[in-house]
Design a protein around this ligand. Structure first.
Ligand code: NAD
Ligand code: ZN
Length: 379
């Protein structure tokens, strides 16, 4: 029986209060409106950004809310004006979008769409500001326009990447956020040449994805830098060849790396969010050609301080958002890299859970035990 145009009742994990376990609820999901699609989510994973906004430290809390933004599913129905997606399409919802019409979408260099770029404060849909989720008539806020901790969700069609239907959604769902951010930071922005050396600061999911990019690019040395030595064993599987824990050295990390590499690494990618690490990542690249890329999100009052001579000596500093990938145009190609066995995803997946146990995924992440935990909906 078709559910098109009907309200769907399904299970969702609702965050009623900051930092409190999610509660499984029956929610009503309204049909998609103009330029929206309703998606049956099959798999979702948990990313640090969900945990950060669920804890709601240092931001305006917005509750009740349905979190989740890294997922894979199948289109159930489409709203008015949606021409590029249809029921049955296999898709990844993405926290940032591509309207196709703004100066950013027209620029080859940008993925910062004016209409659909990430907005963490918005709790409703762009079309009318309203939520498509409710419980007994009480609206539940959306998160990042994706809200994938629900068996069905409504997403703007500009935030939906249509992918190869043969791709296993329980693996490629991780492509919709952290994996692409780190991978693209290396492949699209740092662009190491074959045989070059790359330093990766921060060996969480994003840093390990950046290391995967360095491996694919054919880097000769991948130097992992992390304050947590436990991250090092895991990182070996990601092609990281050497490790530096800044705590083990009296000298600044920049100097340690310069000594290891005859003057500096060719490329560095910072994936920590620490401003000290950002400065170190810049100052450790080789003069003349070194490029450093910032990915981590700093604290509100941070300032980046370095001597201008570091720039004059022909070092380049860049930053990137979602690995410079345009979500609709480029993400299907990242999935193809996995299908062609160029990209390895399995090693990122350290845990799996049924939807009913989603709260455990928060524990794994908070304890630093998981890289990615895949949650099976309907289980
Ligand atoms: P994570 O917490 O899993 O990993 C961060 C790692 O950095 C940890 O292992 C930690 O020990 C290490 N670290 C912290 N401070 C350090 C320092 N001074 N020197 C060396 N290592 C240090 O986080 P993650 O999920 O991998 O995300 C990494 C960063 O990327 C976060 O800041 C996140 O907000 C950001 N991010 C950015 C984008 C983007 O589009 N730019 C997208 C997603 C995530
Ligand atoms: Zn746009």
């Amino acid at each position: 029986m078709s559910t098109t145009g009907q309200i769907i009742r399904c299970k969702a994990a609702v965050a009623w209060e900051a930092g409190k376990p999610l509660v499984m609820e029956e929610v009503e999901v309204a049909p998609p409106q103009k330029h929206e699609v309703r998606i049956k989510i099959l798999f979702t994973s948990l990313c640090h950004t969900d945990v950060y906004f669920w804890e709601a430290k240092g931001q305006t809390p917005l509750f009740p809310r349905i979190f989740g933004h890294e997922a894979g599913g199948i289109v159930e129905s489409v709203g008015e004006g949606v021409t590029d997606l249809q029921p049955g399409d296999h898709v990844l919802p993405i926290f940032t979008g591509e309207c196709g019409d703004c100066p950013h979408c027209h620029s080859e260099e940008s993925n910062m769409c004016d209409l659909l770029r990430i907005n963490t404060e918005r709790g409703g849909m762009i079309h009318d500001g309203e939520s498509r989720f409710s419980i007994n008539g009480k609206p539940i806020h959306h998160f990042l326009g994706t809200s994938t901790f629900s068996e069905y969700t409504v997403v703007h069609s500009g935030q939906v990447a249509k992918i190869n239907p043969d791709a296993p959604l329980d693996k490629v769902c991780i492509v919709s956020c952290g994996l692409s951010t780190g991978l693209g930071a290396t492949l699209n922005v740092a662009k190491p040449k074959k045989g070059q050396s790359v330093a990766i600061f921060g060996l969480g999911a994003v840093g390990l994805a950046a290391a995967e990019g360095a491996r694919i690019a054919g880097a000769s040395r991948i130097i992992g830098v992390d304050l947590n030595s436990q991250r090092f064993d895991q990182a070996k599987e990601f092609g990281v060849t050497e490790f530096v824990n800044p705590k083990d050295h009296d000298k600044p990390v920049q100097q340690v790396i310069a000594e290891m590499t005859n003057g500096g690494v060719d490329r560095s990618v910072e994936c920590t969010g620490s401003v000290q690490a950002m400065i170190q990542a810049f100052e450790c690249v080789h003069d003349g050609w070194g490029v450093a890329v910032l990915v981590g999100v700093p604290s509100k009052d941070d300032a980046f301080k370095t001597h201008p001579m570091n720039f004059l000596n022909e070092r380049t500093l860049k930053g990137t958002f979602f690995g410079n990938y345009k979500p609709k145009t480029d993400i299907p190609g990242v999935v193809e890299k996995y299908m062609n066995k160029e990209l390895e995803l399995e090693k990122f997946i350290t845990h799996t859970l049924p939807f009913s146990e989603i709260n455990k995924a928060f524990d794994y992440m908070l304890k630093g035990e998981s890289i990615r935990c895949i949650i099976t909906m309907g289980a």
